[in-house]
Design a protein around this ligand. Structure first.
Ligand code: IVH
Length: 681
């Protein structure tokens, strides 16, 4: 199978004509792989093969600016920030859907449609009702022209640059068959954030001491309406296109057919989860089934949508004042319940942030027992006027932390108590500080034991030093027993010490020590993240290690120098400088170094840095002969062998790679491209 891979040695391209040719080849290939990856979810190349093509394209566009184009795949990263959002008028108003909640209303909907059309039965398309934001995208001459939010239905906000950062949105329509795509295509769909993407974003924000999003919908809305599209580009947004408003030159007969065509043009639809339904029973069955499957879906839905499939019928049924007669949204029962707010406790985060948490009388919501809910901050509690002892309405969505929606004020008996964030830290009793807007309360004592629990937990976490077996419970146990009082003390624990503690046997103690020992080899970027410097998430940590070799260089980096790095702004730079200007922190790093933490920088491999690595080359190489490649490895201190074994670290595979490639795959040896190999040097 031709995997449509394009290898270009950018440095060898010296004329505009050759560059133009290469750019076209790269763009075609990247667009093809975007479609395979984002739209039909069936990629045929690895991420790194894809990245290499994108890197080559970016380099060429930099060297030959006359070849730059707003619809190049390189432009899917976000452009310049703007001062405000322009307004866009929709070519056809964006109407909403009538919402219904009861089975009877579905029967009525079907009956009215049948009577109006004078037919015995109607075919519908049942779809999911995504809980995101409605958007419109206009394509002209196959290229994205403008995208907008729904706004008031007539006019929305211009989110063109933001939409372009969503990988699932093609910048160009794919041609399908011999008929050219419409000159003008206006599609509608829902932009959303997956539950996983949302949780990761919030975890990241928490580690950076930023406020959290209440649900995926809010997070998606926030991301899409950013004035600075580079921020949008970093948020995990996705899209489902669910309809066509205009497709010039095309006449479709059914809604289903438009969905199929949208997919062929490269737009992301969700046909897999949609269904053609004959009559009411099938509609109800779909609703029932989706309600059951709802919790297993990777994104939030709040109901299903039924649409009359035949477009002539749709036309005939027409519109009411605000919504079409041919479609209806049948919402699920909200996953809400009322219960008693027994207490509000305060949790202390790793950066000293105090968060109020609702303690609830246990209540079943959608099959799960809920006992805690998020209350965010003092300002939020006051805004909603939530009091201890209140009967409150609690809502659950997906895996997201339950929220207190509102108090039921009518049920108050006067015994309820207002809540105030504590003046003293509940853990160390130091005075707390609350911001003027009451959205942030902190304990300012860096030695606060509650902070220590969180910071050691963060240090050992999966994304940090990844010390297996050192979860929150263990961390608490070790801190309470006085065995751990800093990151450093982790590296001096002994098996004997552990065995004196409850729930530790010889082998579990040894296991933990082994895990801690192994963490000494964790790469610098993980270590940096694990330190828990405010605003430094995994991404920023990685970027820092691409610019600096060692932790000491980062420790001594100046503000201006850090700010010169593309993605690092003044706030982040200041946070890094502040952290490392603390004597205590500098001492900690030195001590960890002396304790044997290697902090190897995997982002930069320099001369002599292939030492200890063995390479096997297979298939054709583009820029050099195999002999030359082997010499190159050796001159950098590595070993080049001719056969693949369990000791091989990397197999460099080019076109025509055969049995060695297969063997490497079998043995789980890392396979890289020639380009990646060159980048290691
Ligand atoms: S069709 C005329 N289909 O629900 C039909 N809307 O009030 C217009 N929504 O915010 C909408 N999933 O963005 C349609 N499969 C789906 C949908 C869907 C979610 C949203 C839509 C709008 C609201 C409709």
């Amino acid at each position: 199978m031709d995997r449509h891979l394009v290898f270009i040695d950018v440095d060898k391209i010296d004329t505009l004509k050759r560059a133009k040719d290469a750019v076209k080849k790269l763009r075609d290939a990247i667009e093809y792989h975007n479609y395979r990856y984002y739209v039909i979810d069936n990629p045929v190349i690895s991420d790194s093969e894809y990245d290499n093509m994108l890197i080559a394209l970016r380099k060429l566009e930099e060297r030959f600016p006359e070849l730059q184009s707003p619809t190049s795949p390189t432009q899917q990263v976000g452009g310049e920030p703007r001062d405000s959002m322009a307004l866009v008028e929709h070519p056809i108003p964006m109407v909403s859907l009538k919402t219904i909640y009861e089975e009877d209303e579905v029967r009525k909907f079907d009956q009215t449609c049948r009577e109006e059309l004078g037919v015995a039965s109607i075919e519908y398309v049942a779809e999911l009702k995504y809980d995101g934001l409605a958007v419109e995208i206009v394509y002209e001459d196959s290229r994205i022209k403008v995208a907008s939010t729904r706004g008031d239905g007539t006019t929305g906000e211009d989110i063109t640059v933001n939409i372009k950062t969503i990988k699932e949105v093609p910048l160009k329509i794919k041609k399908f068959g011999s008929t050219p795509p419409p000159d003008r295509l206006v599609v509608r769909g829902e932009v959303y954030m997956s539950i996983e993407g949302f949780n990761e974003l919030n975890e990241q924000r928490e580690s950076e001491g930023k406020s959290l999003f209440a649900n995926p919908r809010n997070a998606a809305a926030g991301a899409l309406r950013q004035l600075d599209p580079t921020i949008t580009a970093k948020r995990p947004l996705q899209i489902f296109v669910y309809g066509v408003a205009i497709a010039e030159g095309y006449v479709f007969e059914t809604h289903w057919e438009t969905l199929e065509m949208l997919r062929k043009w490269g737009l992301k639809t969700n046909i897999e989860m949609s269904r053609k339904c004959d009559g009411i029973d099938e509609l109800l069955a779909y609703h029932q089934q989706m309600q059951e499957e709802r919790d297993g879906l990777p994104y939030e839905i709040d109901g299903v949508v039924f649409k009359v499939n035949n477009l002539a019928y749709q036309e005939q049924l027409g519109m009411r004042s605000r919504d079409p007669r041919w479609a209806v949204a049948y919402k699920f029962k909200p996953r809400q319940a009322t219960t008693i707010l027994q207490d509000i406790i305060v949790q202390i985060g790793r950066t000293g942030k105090l968060t109020p948490v609702a303690v609830l009388e246990p209540v079943q919501i959608g099959g799960i027992e809920v006992t805690r809910a998020s209350l965010h901050n003092q300002s939020e509690i006051e805004r909603k006027d939530i009091r201890i002892g209140d009967t409150v309405l609690v809502e659950r969505a997906g895996d997201v932390i339950p929220q207190v929606v509102k108090p039921i004020k009518d049920l108050r008996d006067g015994g309820e108590k207002k809540f105030k964030m504590p003046k003293k830290c509940p853990s160390c009793k130091t005075l707390t500080h609350t911001s003027e807007d009451k959205k942030l309360t902190r304990c300012l004592n860096i030695d606060c034991p509650a902070q220590l629990r969180r910071s050691v937990g963060h240090f050992a976490s999966k994304m940090g030093m990844d010390i297996e077996g050192l979860g929150p419970k263990r961390v608490n146990q070790l801190i309470d027993a006085g065995v751990v009082d800093s990151f450093l003390s982790l590296y001096t624990i002994t098996v004997d010490e552990l065995m004196e503690l409850e729930r530790f046997g010889e082998s579990s103690a040894q296991n933990l020590i082994d895990q801690i020992e192994q963490s000494k080899k964790k790469p610098l970027n993980r270590f940096l993240y694990a330190l828990g410097i405010p605003l430094i998430g995994t991404q920023t940590a990685k970027i820092l290690t691409e610019h600096y070799d060692t932790i000491y260089e980062i420790m001594d980096a100046k503000m201006e120098e850090l700010e010169r790095i593309d993605t690092i702004g003044p706030e982040v730079a200041k946070s890094i400088v502040d952290f490392f200007s603390e004597k205590k922190n500098r001492k900690l790093i030195k001590s960890l170094d002396q304790a044997g933490l290697e902090m190897p920088n995997k982002s930069i491999v320099r001369e002599g840095k292939l030492e200890g690595f063995s390479f096997v080359f297979t298939g054709a190489l583009e820029t050099m002969s195999r002999r030359e490649a082997q010499d190159l490895v050796e001159s950098h201190g590595g070993k080049a062998t001719s056969s693949v074994s369990g000791n091989t670290d990397y197999v460099v595979a080019g076109p025509g790679a055969g049995s060695k490639f297969e063997k490497a795959k079998k043995l789980g040896v890392t396979i890289i491209s020639e380009n990646e190999f060159l980048q290691m040097l």
